[in-house]
Each structure stands twice: as structure tokens, then as C-alpha cells.
Design a protein around this ligand. Sequence first.
Ligand SMILES: *Cc1c(COP(=O)(O)O)cnc(C)c1O
Length: 367
Amino acid sequence: MTRHYNFCAGPAALPTMVLERAGNELVDYQGRGLSVMEMSHRSDEFISIAEQAEADFRQLLGVPDNYKVLFLQGGASMQFAMLPMNLLGQGGSANFIQTGIWGKKALSEAQRLGFDCHVSGSSEANGHSAVPAHETLDISRDAAYLHYTSNETIGGLEFDYTPQVQRTDGSDVPLVCDMSSNILSGPINVNDFGVIYAGAQKNIGPAGLTLVMVRDDLLGRAQPGIPSLFDYQLLADAGSMVNTPPTYAWYLAGLVFQWLKDDIGGLDAMNALNQRKADKLYAAIDGSDFYSNPIAQHNRSRMNVPFVLADATLDKAFLQEADAAGLLNLKGHRSVGGMRASLYNAVPEQAVDALIAFMADFEQRRG
Ligand SMILES: *Cc1c(COP(=O)(O)O)cnc(C)c1O
């Protein structure tokens, strides 16, 4: 069996150890004589899998007790709709910082549903190459929340600060963050946020699961009459089991959390490793006249590294040869072109080393 190095932006690489363990338990889970996929979500076995996964996730990120952790379906994109439906039921406007394609989709969806939306800051003028400075943000006074995307997966642009904005009464405007592509890449202070959400398929587990953390005081503000499956309060009250949850994805996420705790050694260790991986690759890009990355140094994503070749007619050859060398999924997003190497948690440092060596060799032969 050969596992190639997978730089896919999502669904992305999973730790080999996790896949092996899931493989060992696939047909007969721990001697129970059935697969996790075949268990009732209400069974004692599955409830203990689900509770352990949540406990490990809470421990890893330091999630305080006054936050609910929901294990949902529908992807981050469904949160684009659920967020305004849940947080604007008592009026106010949704404010957005725009730093790329995902943040724009979050805004468009809220607008499509007819909510009062306001753009508080945007990097559009600089081609999404640098995050707007904190002091330039224009948050409306009646904002029910401020939404931003901590890491723009397609553009490769990551915030280097946590926006914090006070209302006239001194309280913070609740911060809502799409962390789909950098959650668990390092420690964060959950207390800074009202809601954090993330589709699983980058740094958590397989596609089909979405994690949402909601601070308790933001529950119970939903617009009347929204579908029960969209209502954070009802989902929280039912332990994410208003209906059948994505049980197998939940279990696999739990294995990833155990891997992060036991094999990586927690989020500080993960952070150091991710920093090292990204630093190496950016250094290789900057050290060459053949490869380039357009993002301001302090906003370069540690998770998604887009780069272009000086001669775009070589793109196809680059991708074909990389693929043949076991370096998979380096093609950039269709809206950006060029290449993109996603260096999520499960991408080992050896993969980055192999990519850098391949890039140097390709440049020498074709540059
Ligand atoms: C991948 C991604 C999404 C979309 O996730 P889906 O699960 O496909 O809805 C949204 N936001 C960010 C930042 C992403 O990386």
C-alpha cells in the first residue's frame, strides 16, 4: 500500500493513523460485532463515542462551559444561512469583513434571505492580498454580530489579529468566525467569539460534518418560524440529535481529536509544526524567481499556500510531473489559477519537504 502526499484544499488529507484505526474497527467496532456506521445514534455505544469526541474537542481548544458544541450537517455553507436566521431574530444588522470568496458567499447568502447587511471592511481594493487594518473597520452601531473568515482557503489569506469591536455601551459586538480551514491549526481564545463554525473536511474529519460553537447568551434569538433543524437552541437542547446526526463522520472526527491530543501533543505542538511547514514553503517560494505568492507577509495563510509559476504555460507540466511524483492535488482554485498547496494538520512535514525538493528540481530543469 502506498499513500501519496495529498495537498488537496478539501476534502483534505486525514492522518494515516486515523484511517488505519478506522479500518481496523470498520467491520467490528471493539468486539461489539457491528460497525459504527450501523449503530443507532441513540445507542449507549454511539453516545459514548459522541461524548468522548466532544470532550476531546473541548479540551483541545479550551472551549468554556458556556458554549455549546453542535455536530451538524449541511457544511459551512449552511451556516451562512443559519447564522442570520439565529442571530438576527431580535433585529440589528449583520456586519461582514470581506477578505475573499468564502466571506463573500456568507454575505450574499444573508442578503439573499433579506437580512440587513453591512460591509465593515474589505480587501477587495488590494485584490485580497492583505487583510484590512483593525482600525479601519467600520462596524455599525446596531450590529447584532460581526462575521469574518479567519482563513480564506482559496486566496490563501489569513487574519493575523482577532477583530474586537465595542458597542457604545462598552459590550463587545459578538464575533462570528468561519474557521473552516484553520480551526485546530493552533490554539485560540474561544472567549473572544460568539460563534465559531467550521466544515469538517479540512482540519477535522471527513465531509458531511460541521462543527458550530455557540455562546449560551446567543441562543434563543432565532427568527420565529425557521425550520427546527436550523434552530441552534433546538439543536443544542437535543444534543445535536433533533434528527439522525452524521454518526460516522462524528466518530472519525473523534479519532482525529485523539490523534491531535495523543500523537501530536495538543494544539501548541500542532501550531509549531504548522508554522515550520509554512515557513519552509514560503521561504522556498521567496527564494526563487520562478515561483511567487502575492499575499502580504503578515497575512500569508499557514494552511493554504497559493503560488504561480513565472511561465504559466508550464502549469500543466508542473501538475502532471508532481502527480507522477506522488504529490497530489496541487492545482489552484479555478478562480485563481496557478497552484495551491494546502498544508493542513494531517499533511506531514515530509510532504512539504518532498514538495520543496520537487519544485527546486522542476525549476532547474524547466525554469
Ligand atoms: C471549504 C470552506 C467553506 C465551504 O464549506 P462547505 O462545507 O462546502 O459548505 C466555507 N468557508 C471556508 C473558509 C471554507 O474553507
